[in-house]
Design a protein around this ligand. Structure first.
Ligand SMILES: [Zn+2]
Length: 68
């Protein structure tokens, strides 16, 4: 996976910061950018993909493609 550009970043309720990136393949992925030391979620390690937020972006693009 190669990153083309960063789209946005978000602060999660647990305090971690994630970045939303577009890849060269056109896929939008959400990666953990800055782990909050107090966060208890083992999935939230720097550089990990966060599927729940990536799903939000995919729902937007699915809606657009269904409007034919
Ligand atoms: Zn976290």
């Amino acid at each position: 996976m190669r990153i083309l550009r960063g789209l946005t970043s978000r602060l999660l309720p647990c305090g971690c910061i994630v970045g939303v990136y577009e890849t060269y393949e056109g896929e939008v992925v959400t990666l953990l950018d800055d782990r909050e030391p107090a966060c208890k979620n083992p999935e939230h390690a720097n550089g990990n993909q966060i599927p729940a937020l990536a799903g939000l972006e995919q729902r937007d693009s699915a809606r657009r493609s269904s409007q034919k």
